[in-house]
Design a binder for this molecule. Structure first.
Ligand SMILES: [Zn+2]
Length: 287
């Protein structure tokens, strides 16, 4: 993998680079560990919280690759505990794994529980990213309906969800929701697509309405979670699809950026804008 973080959980995710890694760790323990005749470098996998070893940061041959991170199947004292179940479903360890929605991790699996507690603490940010990605303004009711749907699908146990892709895969593990009467961000790509449909009108505050008083069904859903890896970088996407009376009228591919969510989560408190209403929703619904 080409990314790392310094601690399990919500630490910022960084691209592996010599200067960055040195500045982050100040070359100290537990990231730099001296042995009898050698020094090993460690960090944490952004997705599964397992320890990784940083390879080829200094010892690079002419034909060896860029520095990269590699999972190691053991706990590193003071850094991270090894969890084999999380390793097996880590996209960096296993990018070709089968991503069937019915592939759920077992009840009580520690990574699943961690994802659920992370979602509870960061639900407002998850919704914020989805709002930016889709152009839909998620009010309290719609956010709540999405969360109820996610919990019913046991989304936190889905093998394809991890600490990096949470906002996108949260959306992926929900069922279709109605868009009728919902507000959109002014002139977002979705609104531009829908303006071309003669049956749809927009209110002054950008709510989707019927232009003809005739009922229609308009829904959105997230489908087609895909992961591809070229060995170092992971390319992960889902499709955002809006359908009108059952036919797709707007589709966009959402590219999952593991650094975006973690950087938002790690904003210093004075720059962070939290949404207490959504945090209360999450507090009420997540056990
Ligand atoms: Zn991993």
């Amino acid at each position: 993998m080409n990314v790392y973080k310094l601690r399990p959980g919500i630490s910022p995710v960084k691209v592996i680079n010599k200067l960055q890694f040195e500045q982050d760790t100040m070359k100290s323990s537990p990231w730099y560990q001296s042995h009898k005749d050698d020094v090993s470098l460690y960090a944490v996998c952004p997705a599964c919280n397992n320890p990784i070893q940083i390879i080829a940061l200094y010892k690079r041959n002419e034909n060896s690759p860029q520095p990269y991170g590699k999972h190691i199947p053991k706990s590193i004292n003071g850094l991270a505990k090894y969890n084999h179940g999380a390793y097996l479903t880590c996209p960096y360890a296993n990018p070709g794994m089968s991503l069937k929605k019915d592939n759920l991790r077992s009840d009580g699996d520690s990574l699943s529980l961690e994802i659920l507690s992370f979602l509870k603490q960061q639900f407002d940010r998850v919704i914020y990213i989805l709002q930016r990605e889709t152009g839909i303004i998620f009010n309290e009711k719609l956010s709540k309906d999405m969360l109820i749907s996610f919990l019913r699908m046991h989304g936190h146990q889905y093998v394809g969800i991890n600490l990096c892709n949470l906002p996108w895969i949260f959306a992926y593990m929900t069922t279709a929701q109605s868009l009728f009467g919902k507000r959109l961000q002014n002139d977002c790509p979705l609104m531009m697509s829908l303006k071309k449909r003669k049956e749809i009108a927009f209110s002054e505050d950008n709510r989707i309405q019927s232009a003809t008083n005739k009922f229609f069904e308009i829904q959105f859903a997230f489908i087609g979670h895909e992961m591809k890896s070229n060995g170092a970088e992971l390319h992960e996407t889902i499709d955002f699809v809006v359908s009108l009376n059952g036919k797709a009228v707007h589709t966009s591919k959402l590219i999952i950026n593991p650094m975006r969510f973690h950087n938002l989560v790690n904003l210093p408190p004075e720059r962070a804008r939290r949404n207490p209403t959504l945090l209360r929703v999450a507090e009420e619904l997540i056990p």
